[in-house]
Design a protein around this ligand. Structure first.
Ligand code: ATP
Ligand SMILES: Nc1ccn([C@H]2C[C@H](O)[C@@H](COP(=O)(O)O)O2)c(=O)n1
Length: 239
């Protein structure tokens, strides 16, 4: 069994969510996972964790060969409880550090290195397979989950919101009044993440698009959780 296809499995469902920065992937995924009793995997945190490790080791992250050379060194562990997800590298909790401007500014360059993606996609598929095997199921969010990591997920969603809404949400979260600077940073990351040659952020035809502009987080969680509950009934009936 693998993340490419889930025939013969127990009842665990796979929910794949992609979308641009600040569209609400993490908060929606966590809420849905809690509501539906699923595990939660934030794949962006994995790209951030490897970037943080490279920066701390003084690897020149603007040089893809240098990054590729070290890609298998950090041990990344992802806690998948949606109530309290954790990220550690070499047994050190890095959950706060990976959200720094230092990491945010460099993570797109590191994520564009094919060897980084090969390593992390393999790790992600193992975690998904384990969640499916256990019967728990999982919500996985990122930029290439519906396209590359789990193209046969039971539920595939593409979350969007206007750039202005995303920048305003992010500014509220960070308690910064400079919405224009926040928006410029989001647009830069969107551009890098959707134009890179390896697994760029794209919307597949079979993914349900949810434009969350003008909807509260609670409303979005309700819609997605209802969808997951419906799909789950079919998965259970088939198993
Ligand atoms: N529908 C919504 N309405 C209002 N605020 C929202 C909504 N969805 C998410 N938010 C808020 O917007 C901010 C960004 O959301 P979140 O971190 O979930 O986005 P993301 O897509 O995971 O971003 P990134 O890809 O950068 O990690 C958070 O403060 C979150 O609480
Ligand atoms: N599946 C993924 C998830 C994330 N990335 C990259 C691109 C993002 O800018 C960065 C950080 O993600 P975030 O924490 O903002 O969700 O990681 C990716 O390439 N593929």
């Amino acid at each position: 069994m693998s993340a490419h296809g889930y025939q013969g499995r127990k009842a665990g469902v796979v929910v794949a969510i992609d979308g641009p920065s600040g569209s609400g992937k993490s908060s929606t995924s966590r809420g849905v996972a809690q509501r539906c009793g699923l595990e939660y995997l934030d794949t962006g945190a994995m790209y951030r964790a490897i970037t943080h490790w490279m920066l701390e080791q003084d690897v020149d992250v603007s040089d893809p060969n240098a990054v590729a050379q070290h890609v298998h060194r950090p041990r990344i562990a992802m806690g998948r409880d949606p109530q309290m997800p954790t990220v550690s590298v070499d047994d050190r909790d890095v959950a706060a550090e990976i959200r720094s401007e230092w990491v945010t500014g460099q993570v797109s360059a590191v994520s564009a290195v094919p060897e980084v993606r090969q390593r992390l996609v393999a790790d992600q598929r193992s975690l998904i397979d384990a969640a499916v095997e256990s019967g728990n199921g999982i919500v996985v969010e990122g930029r290439d989950i519906t396209t590359v990591v789990a193209p046969h997920a039971d539920v595939k969603l593409y979350l969007t919101a206007s750039t202005q809404a995303r920048a305003s949400r992010r500014s509220d979260e960070r308690q910064t009044e400079d919405v224009a600077a926040t928006q410029a940073a989001l647009e830069r990351r969107d551009r890098l993440d959707s134009t890179r040659s390896t697994s760029p952020l794209t919307q597949t035809e079979d993914a349900v698009e949810l434009d969350t502009t003008g909807y509260t987080l609670a409303e979005v969680i309700d819609v997605v959780a209802d969808l997951v509950a419906q799909v789950r009934q079919h998965v259970v009936a088939r198993s």
